[in-house]
Design a binder for this molecule. Structure first.
Ligand code: NAP
Ligand code: ZN
Ligand code: ZN
Length: 346
C-alpha cells in the first residue's frame, strides 16, 4: 500500500479538504500513475452532495485523470514507465458479459467499477483523481497522444467521451444539423467535436453571454433559450439535439426543434425526475434517448480523434485549495469551460 495525498469530501455536502488515502500495491496487471491533472466534472458535484442518492464517504472525486506512468506490474504489456496516460469514469468491469466483450464496458451487466464512489473487486471503496497517484488495471488505462497537453486532455476522459460517443452513434457528420444544449464542460466539447465531424452546429444556451466563445470554438449559430423567439425560429430544424444540462429542462419545447426522425439524446443527469408528455416525442417520429460516457476502446478512439484535430478542452487551471470555490462556480454556470486541478498543489 502507498499513502497518497488527496482532496476528499468527508460527508455529503461538506467542503472538500486535504487528506490522505491508501493506494493498493501494484498488482500483476496494474499501472501506477502519477496524476498530473484532474478535471472537475459536474458529476463530481452531484455525487459529493449526494444529489444522485446515497454515496460513499469520504469521497475523493475525479474521473478526468491525466498523468504519467510511474510503475507497471510484471504482466503489463501495453504501458511502460514514462507513458502519458488517462483514466476516465471506470477502473474495471466484469469483462465477460456481452457489453464488456463489445467494448461497451460502461453498460456492463454487473455495472462497471466506477473510478470513485464505487467498490473495487477487492471490496474496497474506490477513490478518484483529486489525488497524487492512482493504481489502475492496464485495461482501463488509455494513452494520451503526444499532440495533446495533459492539462487540456484531462477533461476529454469524461466530457470528451460523453459527447463523442453519442455524436458518433447518431451519425454526426456533413449535412447534419446538431444542437448542443448547455455550453459548459460537456457542451463546449460537444461543439468542438460535432464541428470537427463536419456537422452544422448550433448552441442553445440560457443566454448569449458566451456567444463569442461558442462561435470561436466551432458553433455556426448560437441562440438564447431564455428568448421564446428561439423556439419559434428553430422549430423542426435539428437532426440531433445533445442535451448536456445538469438540471431539468422543458422537454416538449426542445423536442419541437427536431425534424422528422430526429433524436434528442440526453447526457445531462438532473437530480430530480423530469416530466415528459409522450405526445411531444411522437410527433415527427422523434427519438428520445440518452447515453452514458463511452467504452475504453472508444475513449482511445476519441483521444486519437481529438489529437488529430487539435482539440483539447478550454480550461481554467486551479490549485487544490480552490476546489470548493470552483464547485460553486460550476453550480452557477460560471465556468469557461472546465476547471482542472493541478494535482501538484494537493
Ligand atoms: P456544466 O459544466 O455545469 O455544464 C452544464 C451547462 O448546462 C451549464 O454550463 C449551463 O450552460 C447549462 N445549465 C445549467 N443549469 C441550467 C438550468 N437550470 N437550465 C438550463 N441550463 C442550465 O456541467 P458538465 O460537467 O458539462 O455536466 C453536465 C451534466 O452532464 C451533469 O448533469 C453531469 O452529471 C452529466 N454528465 C453525464 C455523463 C454521462 O455519461 N451521461 C458524463 C458526464 C457528465 P449555459 O450557461 O450555456 O446555459
Ligand atoms: Zn464526468
Ligand atoms: Zn460486463
Amino acid at each position: 500500500m502507498t499513502t497518497v495525498a488527496a482532496y476528499a469530501a468527508p460527508a455529503a455536502k461538506a467542503p472538500l479538504e486535504r487528506t490522505t488515502i491508501e493506494r493498493r500495491t501494484v498488482g500483476e496487471f496494474d499501472v501506477l500513475i502519477d496524476i498530473k491533472f484532474a478535471g472537475i466534472c459536474h458529476s463530481d458535484i452531484h455525487q459529493a452532495r449526494e444529489g444522485w442518492g446515497k454515496a460513499i464517504f469520504p469521497m475523493v472525486p475525479g474521473h478526468e485523470i491525466a498523468g504519467v506512468v510511474a510503475e507497471v506490474g510484471p504482466g503489463v504489456t501495453r504501458f511502460a514507465v514514462g507513458d502519458r496516460v488517462g483514466v476516465g469514469c471506470m477502473v474495471d468491469s466484469c469483462r465477460e458479459c456481452a457489453n464488456c466483450k463489445a467494448g461497451l464496458e460502461q453498460y456492463c451487466d454487473q455495472r462497471p467499477v466506477w473510478t470513485y464512489n464505487g467498490v473495487g473487486k477487492d471490496g474496497e471503496p474506490t477513490y478518484g483523481g483529486y489525488s497524487q497517484k492512482i493504481v489502475v488495471d492496464e485495461n482501463f488505462v488509455v494513452r494520451i497522444p503526444d499532440g495533446l497537453s495533459l492539462d487540456v486532455a484531462a477533461p476529454l476522459l469524461c466530457a470528451g467521451i460523453t459527447t463523442y460517443s453519442p455524436l458518433r452513434h447518431w451519425n454526426t457528420g456533413p449535412g447534419k444539423k446538431v444542437a448542443v444544449v448547455g455550453f459548459g464542460g460537456l457542451g463546449h466539447m460537444g461543439v468542438k467535436i460535432a464541428h470537427a465531424l463536419g456537422a452544422e452546429v448550433t448552441v442553445l444556451s440560457q443566454s448569449l453571454r458566451k456567444k463569442d466563445d461558442g462561435l470561436k470554438l466551432g458553433a455556426d449559430h448560437y441562440y438564447a433559450t431564455s428568448d421564446p423567439a428561439t423556439f419559434e425560429q428553430l422549430a423542426g430544424t435539428f437532426d440531433l439535439i445533445l442535451n448536456t444540462v445538469s438540471a431539468p429542462i422543458d422537454f416538449a419545447a426542445f423536442l419541437s426543434l427536431l425534424r422528422t426522425d430526429g433524436a434528442m439524446v440526453n447526457v445531462g443527469v438532473p437530480e430530480e425526475p423530469v416530466e415528459i408528455l409522450l405526445s411531444s416525442v411522437m410527433g415527427n417520429r422523434r427519438t428520445l434517448s440518452s447515453s452514458s460516457i463511452g467504452g475504453i476502446r472508444e475513449t482511445q478512439e476519441m483521444l486519437d480523434f481529438c489529437a488529430g484535430h487539435g482539440l483539447g478542452a478550454e480550461i481554467e487551471l486551479i490549485r487544490a485549495d480552490q476546489i470548493n470555490e470552483a464547485y460553486e462556480r460550476v453550480l452557477a454556470s460560471d465556468v469557461r469551460y472546465r476547471f482542472v486541478i493541478d494535482t501538484s498543489t494537493i
